[in-house]
Design a protein around this ligand. Structure first.
Ligand SMILES: Cc1ncc(COP(=O)(O)O)c(C=O)c1O
Length: 399
């Protein structure tokens, strides 16, 4: 048996390291690391990044930490990754470096919407999207995802068509979807894109989870903007090395816009916010990861798939809790509606048992918007031994 060059099994102590997931767990969930609490919430992983990232950052520390310039290597690294992993050809001049993707989505709303415009979100969805729309004076049109016969989310195309009514400026697509782990098929994306073209709706495609797709999903990730020149001309793509390679703290994202007019409009808003230069550490980390991180990612994905299966297996032991079959992401989406109906317990009691008795912190489903109320999100990107301990406690307090 070959031994992996990368270690995902060691449990790393992140306590008191200014780590949101561990150091804010007590404040948000009343779950303390000192009592053996395990955080399964914030979407970062309990793993060290690829060694090449550490080397790149260490070598920076030998030098002067001044302003950044000459982005050729950085842009080439992004373009190389998109071509190699996603078959998507991009030009360096299409790329913006932002201070993360949440910042990018906020800036996109500021750049392209007027106060009062409607923006469609397919809920339940990554909760900062709601803030990006509402904090910028726009209105969220919630388009609820529906569960199909396999228990997976599907888009409600009829409702979408009705919601594209002339006041709708934009849809923020989460692709792959968080939570629920859908990797939208080419056919689904084509149908959505066709509708957006017909109704003149801008597409913001947040593809930050695009590398975290499982081989057994049955289909690869499709880049929305790669569908056709017509779709590319109305699509703003958001990606990042931070999710793929566990570099979230470097808070550096890619916004990729091929249409020159949209590109200029976004650039003006970036400049109004004083966003001219990328973060030097984020840029170096992304460059190293995109150029030397393939093996690391190829080793990580089967590890995550095994953890995903362990979650599904543990939950299967609780007959009335269901977990959505995941095609991508490391975020299990657990539905307790059947459990509550069967046991007479409500979500408050489920949360109490999980937090107070099992000492686990999972994201509460209602924060993801309409459709998430009976759910919780469980981040399984951690060492096998840690996950196994967490799942044991989870099952114990719910039986
Ligand atoms: C869909 C989605 N977009 C954006 C982000 C965060 O992006 P950033 O950390 O670059 O702001 C996340 C993190 O979980 C996410 O799931």
């Amino acid at each position: 048996m070959s031994v992996s060059r990368f270690d995902f099994d060691t449990v790393i102590n992140r306590n008191n390291t200014h780590c949101e997931k561990w150091d804010d767990m007590q404040a948000y969930f009343g779950v303390s690391p000192a009592d053996g609490g395990i955080p399964l919430w914030v979407a970062d992983m309990e793993f060290l990044p690829p060694p090449a990232v550490k080397e790149a950052l260490a070598s920076m520390l030998e030098g002067v930490l001044g302003y950044t310039g000459d982005y050729r290597e950085y842009h080439a690294a992004i373009a190389g990754w998109m071509q190699g992993r996603h078959g998507w050809t991009i030009k360096p001049e299409w790329i913006f470096a932002t201070h993360g993707i949440v910042m990018a989505v906020n800036t996109i709303v500021q750049a392209f919407c007027r106060p009062g415009d409607n923006v469609i979100l397919q809920t339940p969805v990554y909760y900062p999207f709601f803030g990006a729309v509402r904090n910028n004076g726009c209105r969220v049109t919630a388009n609820r995802l529906v569960r199909n016969g396999q228990g997976k989310y599907e888009m409600d195309f009829d409702a979408l068509e009705a919601q594209m009514d002339g006041r709708t400026r934009m849809i923020v697509l989460c692709s792959p979807h968080n939570p629920g782990g859908r990797v939208w098929t080419r056919q689904e994306l084509e149908r959505l894109a066709e509708m957006c073209c017909r109704h003149d709706v801008l597409i913001v495609s947040d593809e930050i989870h695009h590398d975290l797709v499982y081989g057994d999903a049955g289909h690869p990730h499709t880049v929305m903007a790669s569908l056709s020149p017509e779709v590319a001309a109305r699509t703003i793509t958001c990606t990042s090395a931070t999710k793929t390679f566990n570099l979230a703290g470097t808070l550096t994202g890619n916004v990729i816009i091929s249409d020159p007019a949209l590109h200029r409009q976004f650039e003006r808003q970036m400049h109004r916010a004083g966003m001219f230069l990328p973060n030097a550490f984020g840029m170096a980390a992304a460059t190293a990861a995109y150029t030397q991180g393939d093996d690391w990612l190829d080793t990580l994905l089967p590890y995550l798939a095994a953890n995903r299966d362990a979650v599904a297996q543990a939950v299967a032991g609780l007959s009335s809790v269901s977990t959505m079959p995941l095609e991508g992401t490391y975020l299990a989406w657990l539905d307790f509606s059947g459990y509550c109906a069967e046991t007479g317990r409500d979500m408050q009691e489920v949360v109490r048992r999980i937090q107070q008795e099992a000492r686990l912190a999972l994201n509460h489903g209602h924060t993801f918007g309409p459709g998430g109320e009976s759910c919780m999100r469980l981040n399984f990107a951690c060492a096998k031994s840690q996950l196994s301990e967490a799942l044991q406690r989870f099952v114990q307090v719910l039986v």
